[in-house]
Design a protein around this ligand. Sequence first.
Ligand code: AMP
Ligand code: MG
Length: 819
Amino acid sequence: LLKELSTLYIAACAGEANPLPPLAIQYPDYAAWQRQWFSGERLQAQSEYWRTALADAPVLLALPTDRPRPPQQSFVGVQMPVRIDAELTCALKRLSQEHGATLFMTILAAWSVVLSRLSGQDDLVIGTPSANRGHRAIEPLIGFFVNTLALRIDLSGEPDTAQLLARVRHSTLEAQAHQDLPFEQVVEIVQPPRRLDHTPLFQVKFAWHNNEIGEWRSPGLEVTSAGLSYDTIKFDLELDLQESSNEIVGDLRYVTALFDRSTIERHIGYLHAMLRAMVTNARQPVTTIELLAPTERELLLQTWNATERTYPVHLCLHQLFEAQVECTADATALVYEDQTLSYAELNARANRLAHQLIELGVKPDARVAICMERSPAMIVGLMAILKAGGAYIPLDLAYAGERLAYILADAAPTIVLADAAGHAALGNAISASQTVLDPNTLPQQSTINPQVPGLTSDHLAYVIYTSGSTGLPKGVMVKHHSIVNYATHIAQQFDVETGGDSLILTSLSFDLTLTSLYPPLICGRAIRLCPDGNDSSVWRQYVLDGRNLSPVKLTPSHLTLLQQILPAYTLDGHIRALIIGGETLKGSALTWWREHAPSMRIFNHYGPTEATVGCIVYEVSELLATTIPIGRPISNTRIYLLDTHGQPVPLGAVGELYIGGAGVAHGYLNRPELTAERFLPDPFSAAPQARMYKTGDLARYLPDGNLEFLGRNDHQVKIRGFRIEPGEIEAQLVAHPQVRDAVVAALGEGSDKRLVAYVVAEPDPQLASTLRAHVTACLPEYMVPVAFVQLDAFPLTLNGKLDRQALPTPDGDAFAHQT
Ligand code: AMP
Ligand code: MG
């Protein structure tokens, strides 16, 4: 066009007639020809191609956005310049030639890897315009020929640059060979779910401008190109590039509703890093290429993990307690109903039992089981086992006999501490070779602290069993120095020293209870034991009797329970620090507490048993409507968010959470393979032999460095190709005024898999329809559950977590009438 314009201009200046040759055909001729040519078998073949090529393609390229996607797509965008210098451009050309690819293909390959790392997806669709002027005769025509091609890129496995270029070349050539089918017909054929919040088939566009704008020389006229900037955009991201004076230049345009400028700047940096790595070594698997800039890597791996603090690393847990006995011998250590024990009394009793355990052969790392009611004698028993150098294994009275028998057989302790209730629960699970002692009747032994030869903080303190995915529980072995680091941190962060007593409501067989057990005992405070039993009035009494209780540790499910049984007058002054952990904490669960106990400190605490109780913590300051972040790592803890290839994910992207540092457990008892699978060498730590635990949890960093928990990587559901986090739906359900709590589960398999919502709400026959409308109004259609089941309360597991297995199958009432 420029050529024609300049020819005409020159001719007009010289007063000459139109020198352009007459057009052989006109646009309508082309249109008529195309309609006839592109029909029948040709049309069929191309339709078939696109149907197959885009079958089950991901509906959305889920890039991490700085803000949630607005329900209606926003078309406001701005651009950021991209420039690839002559040297890299030259190297890219060489690389492309070597692999029979065009520059377009090479950059597309690099850009796909970047998008894949950002989204965690290895199957991407990227749109590209094609000029579609494949015939000489139509080149000079004025008219709309451009079509859009949806290029599907397969990044699965571990391709290197050479293999990836081959894949990209193949998809590009195939798509180009079928470029006659107009894009809107492709959409009609593929039938992706249509949404108002994003474009169909692809949301990222990459355009390569081949025809360099020629120079326009005319007498008396100087022509330069002006960079146009416009503020509209059709897709989430649009990369527009072209070659110009041996460089590659252009821009990356982005939707301002979704992305911040700094984020886009990082994206461009990743693209550069990727291109550089590709030209450096075409044989390196693209999954291992480092995309992050040194500053970003430093921030993620070091700055946010700079948690080193000194702690008594060489002392055992009971030694910290013994040191405290020296300082506060007469202070109360334990309160249970009307009994109290001073530090000196608790220590003396534990010593008497410990000496006997030593006589019976307990040595460092020897395992001793303990199965008792919550009582002072139970605490004496725990301390005695530790003092004797052993590792205790807490057994819950409420466990089924089969489970107790399995654990006893797996852990094979030679000694079992049990009271009458424990004895009854264990029944004939105890073998003849096992000695049973009742800590309620203490032996006539010395009350002096025993000295165990060879015992160090590198020996085991306890083994706690957690459920295993294979159906059998597995014992997590935790060493003294790990629990010492944890208890020390908790004591400091939660001001345990200056607080009131701590309150122990939950079972000692779950490590969450340890948060309120050991920290007080290493800094001179008292623990209040709430007696066993499910009678919630007892919990109520213990909370209301408390003054400045610090800390109280609960799961979110417990929180709802407590809220229901506590009186609705001000609770301020009863609890000083409430630590909530074990499950996702939603802002809505805290509203009541904020209202009735405004000065109580509330913490969200995250951690698996395998990393010693808890390793990340967040103090709730403002109430967020959605999920509460889990926060930052505790002392001497390192957190990594890695992709499936073990690479740190970019800032804001979702990764699997790995935990390194002092809390990493020794491993699983008797399970070397499982231990090797989940406890890995820590490649990011400078400490020798550092290990990290692979949690299976998904998380991302918020811009301020706080972590956000996003569910399990094994709970995530896929329905019709959609990646769904049930938590997102739950948050929307809970946002409805009639819903107190909600859980969404996927029932069924494969294409029969359906989302079902379970809600705790006021009974209402219309609820299913109401909620369907509510959810439909705020979430994509694919996230709308097919059924809404009303429950009085959620089924809980023994440790107070939601029992997904026990959620009922929905019946007729749960299905909203579709309108
Ligand atoms: P457990 O070993 O029983 O403590 O369970 C650990 C698992 O519970 C973690 O891997 C998470 O999946 C989940 N979890 C623990 N704490 C939290 C929390 N604060 N928020 C969300 N999930 C949590
Ligand atoms: Mg935990």
